[in-house]
Design a protein around this ligand. Structure first.
Ligand code: ASN
Ligand code: ZN
Ligand code: CA
Length: 331
């Protein structure tokens, strides 16, 4: 017997979830034939190759703790599933290259490695186990972030330095956040924070904040002439802030129990158009107007064109795009 199965994932970050697996005789593997054949591999602390495909004689993956090697695999496989479904449902995109072909994920990279990354050359995502091998970087927003690097590479191709690098990073934060809100899972209710579950700072604070990026101590809230000299994970702040303002508007707001307070540089009030429309505008701009060298000024133009295409050049949505960029000093 060989077939597509629905197994159980006992994840660390997303609770108990359905995981698509493949049964072959009496053995199951973490192979998702319903999403381009995405596979999840165990590097078992190695740093090269693909390690071993997760395989076992039952269809329950992980125990919700890092004691089981399959727990991080369950999170990573779930992240790949939900991200695939997000791109399909929100944009009609069929995988990273829109060709129906899945990527693969590798977990347990290195020893106490505190990062996760996308690599174009392997067409794969890789996750470290975090501090003390106890906080794998496999939360849903991080998985969505990494897989979205593959989408950016295969669309606009934003160069990973200067202002285009900040836009590349922000694109991953924006769609990673879209994935988290789309999950429809009581453990992932959705927020405008990045990495709030992986305890990367050791004190429970998130890695990044979209309502006011400078809360992380390094990210830019507003465009300035030298923003392109910052690390791409800091220059991304301008676009993350734009996306928050466009979605939710300026000022104080509580969403799913999280308090936000988003400022504007000029004291203007921005009224949000909702996250779903903001995501559509960003995706259309990324896939139609952005190029490898798009900078912040080009991003303003590209998103205005995208909003014009989707909602009309004189629409409230296009006006909100202009207002949100102006509020972050992209004029
Ligand atoms: N986790 C980081 C990222 O996706 C890795 C990196 O700096 N490239 O941006
Ligand atoms: Zn990134
Ligand atoms: Ca988040």
């Amino acid at each position: 017997y060989q077939g597509v199965e629905t197994g159980v994932g006992n994840t660390k970050y997303s609770g108990k979830v359905d995981l698509t697996s493949t049964q072959s005789g009496s053995s199951y593997t973490l192979t998702d034939a319903s999403r381009g054949g995405h596979k999840t591999y165990d590097l078992a602390h190695g740093e090269s190759g693909t390690g071993t495909l997760f395989s076992q004689d039952n269809d329950t993956w992980g125990d919700g703790t890092t004691a089981s090697a399959a727990t991080a695999a369950a999170d990573a496989a779930y992240g790949a599933q939900v991200t695939w479904d997000f791109y399909k449902n929100a944009f009609g995109r069929n995988g990273i290259k829109n060709d129906g072909v899945g990527a693969y994920s590798r977990v347990h990279y290195g020893n106490a490695y505190v990062n996760a990354f996308w690599d174009d050359s392997c067409f794969c995502m890789t996750y470290g186990d975090g501090e003390g091998n106890n906080d794998p970087l496999t939360s849903l927003d991080v998985a969505g972030h990494e897989m979205s690097h593959g989408v950016t590479s295969n669309t606009a191709g934003l160069e990973y330095s200067g202002e285009s690098g900040g836009l590349n990073e922000a694109t991953s934060d924006i769609f990673g956040t879209g994935v988290e809100f789309a999950a429809n899972n009581s453990s992932d209710v959705g927020d405008y924070l990045i990495g709030e579950k992986i305890d990367i700072n050791g004190n429970g604070t998130p890695l990044r904040y979209m309502d006011k990026p400078s809360k992380d101590g390094g990210s830019a809230d507003y465009w300035s002439a030298d923003v392109g000299n910052k690390d791409v994970h800091y220059s991304s702040g301008v676009a993350n802030h734009f996306f928050y303002l466009l979605s939710e508007g300026s000022g104080k707001k509580t969403i799913n129990g999280v308090d936000y307070d988003s400022p504007t540089q000029d004291g203007s009030t921005v009224t949000g158009i909702g996250r779903d429309k903001a995501l559509q505008i960003w995706y259309k701009a990324l896939t139609t107007y952005f190029t490898s060298t798009t900078d912040y000024s080009g991003a303003r133009k590209g998103t205005l064109s995208a909003a014009g295409d989707l909602y009309g050049a004189d629409s409230a949505e296009a006006k909100a795009v202009a207002a949100a960029w102006s509020a972050v000093n992209v004029k």
